[in-house]
Design a protein around this ligand. Structure first.
Ligand code: NAP
Length: 276
């Protein structure tokens, strides 16, 4: 498995996303993912599945320290007191000791950035997490957060796929030695998997469209991707993306496609995004 080294963290380049997985399905899929070779699991307070994800990790035969586990604190809980409570609750719910990475899930302009970044650092100082980072931070806000944070931020988790280039965020992550962790890396299983450019490249390589997309993402410096599936067969497919290389021409054509800038996750509370 390729590892992204980012400010002291070692992040497996493919992780398992767990958004929408609930109850026994979440537990079983996490256990199955680890058995299939995943060593990076992504959850969040907001997914309301930390208990089940933790259970899936505990049920696996793989030592806890061989698995990189991320959770996130929701944007309503970024003030100091609430952040402290929410991060403690997250660790209790997971039941596996400190997490590897704790993220601010979305920025919240109503709470001073200094306060939430200090609260994130406090969670690390208290031993609740080994590393800290953010999600959904546009590049200028990321620069501000990095300047404030005492401990290094190791990642910015953002939407990223061949419909959304994220050039500014990639540049900022590069400047700060951080990883870009790509969420919705399969474009939520939608149109991108049927795009003729993607299916054409897939046919040439004898691979699935999903594998072309994940390969393009993790071939970029500093990018990890966290595809989700509820289908046990697709677990292995989404991990089997390391044994081929796209040609320069294929990479360039996907780069060009990504500049269309089609964003799938854009709630009303989203920050002002970078243009590309
Ligand atoms: N930080 C944030 O704000 C944020 C936001 C969104 C997501 N995330 C994280 O990122 C993870 C992934 O993003 P996502 O869940 O939005 O979407 P995604 O991983 O891009 O797509 C998931 C969808 O793709 C389908 N799929 C999976 N593998 C496939 C394959 N090989 N071929 C065809 N279809 C496939 C799945 O259907 P089946 O289940 O039927 O396979 C599912 O409907 C989340 O689970 C979550 O952990 C974070």
């Amino acid at each position: 498995m390729k590892i992204i080294e980012a400010n002291g963290a070692r992040i497996p380049a493919i992780g398992f996303g767990t958004y929408t997985l609930k109850g026994l399905e979440a537990t079983d899929m996490v256990t199955n993912a680890i058995a299939a070779g995943y060593r990076h699991i992504d959850t969040a307070r907001m997914y309301a599945n930390e208990v089940e994800v933790g259970e899936g990790i505990r049920r696996s035969d793989v030592p806890r320290d061989d698995i990189f586990i991320t959770t996130k604190i929701w944007r309503d809980d970024l003030a100091a007191d609430r952040f402290a409570d929410a991060s403690e609750t997250a660790i209790e719910a997971l039941g596996i000791g400190p997490v590897d990475l704790l993220l601010i899930h979305w920025p919240n302009a109503d709470i001073p950035l200094e306060e939430s970044i200090e609260a994130l650092n406090a969670a690390k100082s208290r031993g609740l997490t080994r590393h800290i980072g953010v999600a959904n931070f546009p590049s200028a806000l990321l620069d501000e957060a990095v300047a404030i944070s005492e401990a290094p931020l190791v990642c910015n988790q953002v939407e990223y796929h061949p419909f959304l280039a994220q050039e500014a965020v990639l540049g900022a992550c590069e400047r700060h030695g951080m990883a870009l962790v790509a969420y919705s890396p399969l474009g939520q299983g939608g149109e991108i998997l049927k795009h003729p450019l993607v299916t054409g490249i897939a046919a040439k390589h004898g691979k699935a469209p999903s594998q072309i997309i994940l390969n393009w993402e993790i071939a970029q410096n500093r990018v990890a991707a966290i595809p989700r599936t509820s289908d046990p067969d697709r677990l292995a497919l989404n991990l089997d993306v390391f044994d081929f290389e796209l040609s320069d021409e294929e990479t360039r054509s996907l780069d060009v496609l990504s500049r269309e800038g089609r964003r799938l996750v854009n709630p009303a509370f989203a920050p002002v995004w970078d243009r590309v």
